[in-house]
Ligand binder design. Structure first.
Ligand SMILES: [Zn+2]
Length: 260
């Protein structure tokens, strides 16, 4: 259909437009490859309308209204689970968590031997020179979490493995991005698998670290998250569901290594 001369067609939606439909504010993304409208709720709970080229706003509004219930529900979920991870600074008194307790950073000129970071008398002591470079200071802290976490979790592995009657895997603590833990089976039937735990996990209280240790240990018997997996985990840790939601809730407030 062609517009007749004199018709005043509204301009089509353009990339970067803001669209307001009732009380919903959406950002507009336009793509020539797209054939239909689509909606996404971003991790920060922002709303995006994806539109094909050359479509009028009225059509988009109708589409948004038809999917209003889904958008509102999804946005609510995003708001409740949105990451709230703090950033840290390498300054005297900055607070760091370890196994659920808080420790203040102390920058000293003459650090005790044995590591660039140490937990001494309730303070996290760091070489002042180290703190001069944010990247180096961050690396020293991450390294400390890895070493301290490895030592702590190493002692928890045996009792949990015994309780679950599963073999003890190798253990490493390192950067796993946003994951708390992973398990990789060994190759061949004689070799043991490997459990990896993410260093930020060790900021959490012990019972939540235990949850992740037990969770990954259950994977030594059952890979994936089917009914068998949860049955095995429940037999070792009956309150695993509470711990899992506590981990989700507290976990999104932990420091993941961002510096400011
Ligand atoms: Zn799992």
């Amino acid at each position: 259909m062609t517009a007749l001369a004199g018709d005043r067609l509204p301009p089509p939606l353009a990339e970067g437009d803001r669209l307001t439909v009732d009380d919903l504010a959406l950002r507009v993304r336009v793509s020539g490859r797209r054939k239909r409208f689509a909606l996404t709720v971003e991790t920060d709970a922002g709303l995006t309308l994806h539109a094909p080229e050359g479509r009028p706003a009225a059509e988009a509004e109708e589409f948004v209204r038809a999917h209003r219930a889904w958008l509102v529900a999804k946005r609510g979920l995003r708001e409740r689970t949105r990451p709230l991870n703090p950033t840290k600074r390498l300054v005297e008194g900055e607070v760091f968590r370890y196994l659920g307790r808080t420790y203040r950073l102390a920058l000293v000129a003459d650090p005790p031997a044995g590591g660039k970071v140490n937990l001494i008398a309730g303070r996290l002591v760091m070489d002042r020179e180290q703190a001069g470079s944010p990247a180096g200071g961050r690396a020293a802290l991450v390294d400390w979490y890895c070493r301290a976490g490895r030592a702590w979790a190493g002692r928890r592995l045996q009792p949990w493995a015994a309780r679950m009657a599963v073999p003890e895997p190798d253990l490493e603590v390192r950067d796993l991005g946003r994951r708390w833990g992973t398990y990789r089976p060994g190759d061949g039937d004689s070799s043991v698998g490997r459990m990896s735990l993410g260093w930020p996990l060790f900021q959490l209280p012990m019972h939540l670290v235990d949850y992740v240790v037990a969770h990954e240990l259950a994977h030594t018997r059952v890979l994936g998250h089917g009914a068998d997996f949860w049955r095995l985990l429940r037999s070792a840790l009956p309150e695993y569901e509470e711990r899992r939601s506590e981990l989700d809730e507290l976990g999104r407030r932990m420091w993941m290594g961002e510096m400011s």
